[in-house]
Design a binder for this molecule. Structure first.
Ligand SMILES: NC(=O)c1ccc[n+]([C@@H]2O[C@H](COP(=O)([O-])OP(=O)(O)OC[C@H]3O[C@@H](n4cnc5c(N)ncnc54)[C@H](OP(=O)(O)O)[C@@H]3O)[C@@H](O)[C@H]2O)c1
Length: 322
């Protein structure tokens, strides 16, 4: 079978299409014929050896797939060969076949496409649980960084489904603002305009937002704190800018503010907790309440996709088709 993998860390060009033996489903595992593999910004960090977990080379990236059950390992119950599923494997998604623990394999309804199903875990599920952990309440306001990207393209819609009064998007360039209204944002701001945080404050009547979801870090995080309401929470869930922050906790006293981190990875040790979120999101897609914008590329174009993503030229969710 064909896999897209890297034998050394580095630029997108380290990704190569290799022929490898077919894996088998071990005890408690499921072998899936991959129809769509989600691309995540985390895959680019992994490729550059910037991923928090150690990686043994060669690495086949891919933390989310949708496809058809090919083989059930010993002891797997509740799934059938030939059924449509999505899965969150610990890697290996950029492949014709992927193996995942049965606990992280979930059925998908016939009217949810493989492309959309593969797009849900890393992006929609992240937003779904992150808002809960930030103790988001209906009627609150939310701001989202990298708002035109994969997470960003579903974040406003999910926040609105949960009752957000207004959701503001912040992008890296003015060109990306135009598409934000279509994905549920009330207004967009570009971080390359120096007064964006003043204008965001103005849009909230100078109160600031209740929840600031930041996947960029660095200056964006610092500015995010400035546009936070009294009692507001800023959530650090990514580090696209590649910079760290320092924070004086006492600076949070003045407005009763909170900082928290979020990683979907922590849900992997209790996979049953993923089920309700995925079921909610798939139903929202079926009801037309959540639209996931997906661009599909052949698996062989992974180098181009990683290059575009790192150069901030992608919008919405990208999937690879083996
Ligand atoms: N913690 C979690 O559980 C979790 C789960 C999923 C995703 N994430 C994080 O959420 C973010 C979005 O993930 P995604 O897969 O959907 O990717 P994405 O948003 O489609 O692409 C990443 C975006 O980050 C911004 N960016 C990239 N390089 C940057 C740089 N050098 N400086 C500032 N901004 C930069 C760009 O948006 P602009 O050009 O608009 O700034 C780019 O479009 C990533 O940071 C990812 O690591 C975290």
């Amino acid at each position: 079978m064909k896999v897209m993998r890297f034998h050394e860390f580095g630029e997108p060009s380290v990704l190569v299409l290799d022929e490898v033996p077919m894996p088998a489903a071990g005890k408690g595992q499921v072998l899936i014929k991959v129809k769509a593999a989600g691309v995540n910004f985390a895959d680019t960090l992994q490729r550059r050896n910037l991923y928090p977990m150690p990686q043994a080379l060669p690495v086949t990236p891919g933390f989310e797939v949708a496809g058809i059950v090919e083989q059930l390992g010993e002891g797997v119950k509740g799934l059938e060969k030939g059924s449509r599923v999505l899965a969150l494997p610990t890697g290996g998604g950029y492949s014709e076949f992927a193996v995942a623990d049965a606990a992280v394999v979930f059925p998908i309804p016939d009217d949810v496409s493989f492309e959309v199903a593969a797009a849900l875990p890393g992006q929609a599920l992240t937003v779904f649980y992150m808002l809960d952990e930030a103790q988001f309440k209906s009627g609150q306001t939310v701001a989202v960084t990298a708002a035109a990207g994969g997470v960003g393209a579903v974040a406003a819609q999910i926040a609105k489904l949960k009752g957000a009064a207004k959701v503001f998007g912040i992008t890296g360039s003015a060109a990306k603002i135009a598409g934000l209204k279509a994905t549920g944002y009330d207004a967009g701001f570009s971080a390359d305009q120096s007064d964006w945080s003043d204008r965001l404050l103005e849009a909230t009547g100078n109160a600031g937002v209740d929840i600031f979801l930041d996947s960029v870090g660095g200056d964006m995080f610092t500015d995010g704190l400035k546009v936070l309401n009294i009692g507001g929470t800023i959530v650090a869930f990514g580090r696209a800018a590649g910079k760290t922050n320092s924070l004086d906790p006492q600076s949070l006293m003045r407005k009763n503010q909170s900082v928290r981190g979020f990683s979907l990875y922590n849900y992997m040790s209790r996979p049953e907790s993923l089920r309700s979120g995925l079921e909610y999101l798939m139903q929202a897609c079926r009801d037309g309440k959540l639209t996931v914008s997906v661009t599909a590329h052949p698996l062989s174009e992974a180098v181009k996709v990683h290059t575009e993503m790192e150069n901030r030229r992608t919008t919405g969710k990208i999937v690879l088709i083996p």
